[in-house]
Design a protein around this ligand. Structure first.
Ligand code: ADP
Ligand code: MG
Length: 697
């Protein structure tokens, strides 16, 4: 029954079926069953007409029809109906179906109008409202909680607006009585007070009460997260049980010599702790898969390098991967400097490495001469073969999910240890889903002597004062970043803003007293690098840039970050940008410049930035504001295509789901016990529809 073609559901037919397929991915009954409402309207609540405001989503009001007008337009007609109660009036507007409606809608008749209010030129109206006769007996038996289904223009044209979906669901559900199989063992259901599966599906569509709706939501979110966690935990456990890891037996002279002679600073306690965690992993005989989270500037690079040295001590090579060329270069420079007086060989491989150099690198990798290869994605190309790759460090790669990591493992009989480093503090809930198969380490301490960055929010109008402030700081010998937004969709305009900004900065900070660099995405890599280097060397005091400088660049003397049109940046981006300063011993500042008019959300973003430097706190606000799909480009990963759960809000359910999945697997890893039979069947079919990670185990 669940796999019946949707075409045969009463009220669908071949035409609608096609639209349902292409627009909503609904092919069979089961797809419709899983097409959930995104909100519910309490139909026992009525608005007074003067209470209807522009924030209301769906409203319902009792009233009486006043004047009815039919207005001819260049194309078609518009029917405008006055609808009033004792508090005021609102316009009901139709563009379609007018011939029929005008026979029903007569002045003086009472109706209940339901719909989404609109404000046009200060006038309230409800376009295409649903009208019900308050005396209609059908209205009385209607649920008080009405589901609102997502729809599209094409669906709406086929009569599949929210009400159309509701009608189909009302046909579907009775057919499915007794057909929706439970998937959890009774023990779990009773222990966590879950609604049974059928009841949950029925109530998610047509909730009988508010309480049942809440229980249905809980049950279905739990179920969704449970199976994802079960999959991730099985990947993790499967790997740990079946995949051997290179054993780094000793910490030898390479590590020790570096540690005592060349380490430029004592490690922080957090760095030491993480290093211990890593040493334990790499000595265990299992493959390390660890996520290292630490705020910008917390010193992750050196931890990565020290881990690499342990590998070299045991005869292994290492790869160090960065998301951009500039960042790869910086890592290469930094690490080469650290290792200057050692016998360790390091090379850089990026898209722009010349053929001859590339060939040499390939050769030295294969004969083992080269110990560390730093680079961009070019590192995971098939042509790049290591003699004995033992450790992979992946820096700032949020898109580098399970599947891509699996690619690295293909290259070796025994897969290398993997350390994923990120400064984008990922909220726990998100990390658990995106990186649920990894162990997590956290550096929660900045190196000593850092002064916390002061963040200030200023409006455009204060620009002159900001310029004055910049001059004072430059006089003290500091350097300044000025960042402009550059968004693909409005690239042309943004680019113009950047150039206009650059010109006015050059006027405000004239040569020869001041020198200004500029870097943006349209420049050739060579020119970019040239300008970057001038700034790094201190030849220029001001760096005007787009977000190309977002990750990685390290100029300790730069202590001021000015962010133009800051309202256009997301929170995590603002935080990343701010992390470019505060790297030296001086007091650093971040100035957020916005226009005077700000949306509620933008205000909250600015306030959050001013209030806190804590990346995790910022990430949490960000997740709540934007939802997980938008954060860190995780949309493509597929793993976050959640049907019903919301990682921003359902953290506790996620935690519970993970814990329960863990307990089940712990007792019965292969789901062989009779009570887990249903679970097993369901899990198998769940896996089929998931991104293909089969290479992993
Ligand atoms: P991130 O975690 O953002 O990658 P980096 O590894 O780039 O941070 O380190 C930021 C800066 O802090 C670098 O200049 C680095 O040399 C310095 N640093 C790292 N660890 C320490 C430490 N324990 N004491 C002092 N400075 C440190
Ligand atoms: Mg870094």
């Amino acid at each position: 029954m669940l796999s019946n073609s949707i075409e045969y559901l009463k009220g669908v037919g071949p035409q609608k079926a096609l639209t349902l397929q292409s627009e909503a991915g609904i092919f069979v009954y089961n797809d419709l069953l899983n097409y959930f409402p995104f909100r519910y309207v309490d139909r026992s609540k009525f608005f007074k007409i003067n209470e209807i405001d522009s924030d209301a989503a769906y409203v319902q009001a009792k009233g009486v029809i006043g004047k009815v007008e039919i207005i001819n337009m260049t194309r078609g007609q518009r029917m405008v109906v006055e609808f009033f109660d004792d508090t005021g009036s609102i316009e009901l507007v139709w563009f379609k179906g007018i011939q029929f409606l005008r026979t029903q809608i007569v002045t003086g008749k009472a109706f209940i109008a339901f719909g989404k209010p609109n404000f046009f030129k200060g006038k309230k109206s409800i376009p295409h409202p649903e009208l019900t006769d308050p005396l209609d007996p059908k209205y009385q038996i209607d649920n008080s909680l009405q589901p609102i289904y997502p729809s599209t223009e094409k669906l709406t044209k086929k009569g599949l607006h929210t009400k159309g979906f509701e009608n189909l669901v009302r046909v579907l559900l009775p057919l499915l009585t007794g057909k929706i199989k439970e998937c959890f063992p009774q023990k779990i259901i009773s222990q966590y007070g879950l609604l049974n599966r059928e009841e949950a599906f029925f109530n998610i569509h047509l909730p009988q009460t508010q309480e049942l709706l809440q229980k249905a939501l809980f049950r279905l979110k739990f179920e969704e997260l449970f199976f994802i966690q079960m999959q991730l935990l099985r990947i993790k456990a499967g790997r740990e049980n079946t995949i051997k890891g290179n054993v780094f037996k000793t910490v030898g002279s390479v590590f020790n010599e570096f540690y005592s002679n060349y380490l430029p600073f004592p490690l922080t306690n957090a760095q030491k702790r993480v290093l211990k965690e890593i040493r334990k992993d790499v000595g265990s005989g299992k493959q390390m898969n660890r996520l290292l989270q630490g705020d910008v500037g917390s010193g992750k690079t050196i931890v990565g390098l020290l881990s690499i040295l342990i590998g070299i001590d045991n005869g292994y090579q290492a790869a160090f991967m960065a998301p951009t060329e500039i960042l790869a270069q910086q890592h290469f420079q930094g690490i080469s400097e650290y290792l200057e007086n050692t016998q360790i060989n390091v090379a850089l491989l990026t898209g722009s490495t010349k053929v001859a150099a590339r060939r040499e690198i390939h050769q030295q990798l294969e004969n083992g001469e080269l110990h560390i290869l730093i680079g961009t994605h070019a590192l995971i190309e098939d042509k790049v073969k290591f003699k004995n790759l033992g450790m992979v460090i992946i820096d700032e790669q949020h898109r580098f999910g399970v599947a891509q990591r699996a690619k690295l493992w293909k290259k070796n009989a025994i897969p290398p240890h993997v350390l994923v480093m990120t400064a984008t503090p990922i909220p726990r809930t998100l990390a658990m889903t995106l990186y649920g198969d990894l162990d997590v380490s956290i550096i929660d301490e900045l190196p000593p002597g850092r002064k916390s960055i002061k963040t200030i929010h200023k409006f455009d109008a204060n620009r002159l004062r900001v310029n004055g402030f910049i001059k004072e700081e430059i006089e003290k010998g500091r350097q300044v970043y000025i960042v402009y937004p550059l968004i693909e969709e409005s690239e042309k305009l943004d680019y113009k803003d950047l150039m206009d900004g650059y010109e006015s900065i050059c006027r405000a900070f004239p040569m020869p007293t001041y020198n200004v660099s500029i870097v943006h995405g349209r420049m050739k890599p060579k020119d970019k690098e040239f300008e970057m280097n001038r700034f790094v060397k201190g030849e220029t005091q001001i760096m005007v840039a787009t977000t190309v400088i977002e990750v990685g660049v390290n100029v300790p003397n730069a202590s001021i970050m000015i962010i133009e049109s800051a309202e256009r940046f997301g929170l995590s981006q603002l935080h990343q940008l701010r992390g470019r300063v505060g790297r030296g011993a001086e007091q650093s500042y971040c100035v957020l410049i916005t226009s005077f008019k700000l949306s509620k959300e933008a205000k909250l973003r600015m306030e959050t930035m001013v209030r806190t430097n804590n990346g995790f706190e910022i990430a949490d606000v960000d997740l709540k504001l934007r939802g997980p799909g938008d954060i860190m480009g995780t949309r493509q990963s597929g793993i976050l295509d959640l049907k019903i759960a919301d990682l921003g809000k359902d953290g506790r359910i996620l935690q519970l789901a993970r814990q329960v999945a863990f307990e089940v697997l712990n007792e019965d890893y292969n789901l062989q016990k009779p009570e887990n039979l249903l679970l097993r069947e369901h899990f198998k079919s769940f896996i089929k529809g998931r991104p293909n990670w089969s290479k992993i185990s």
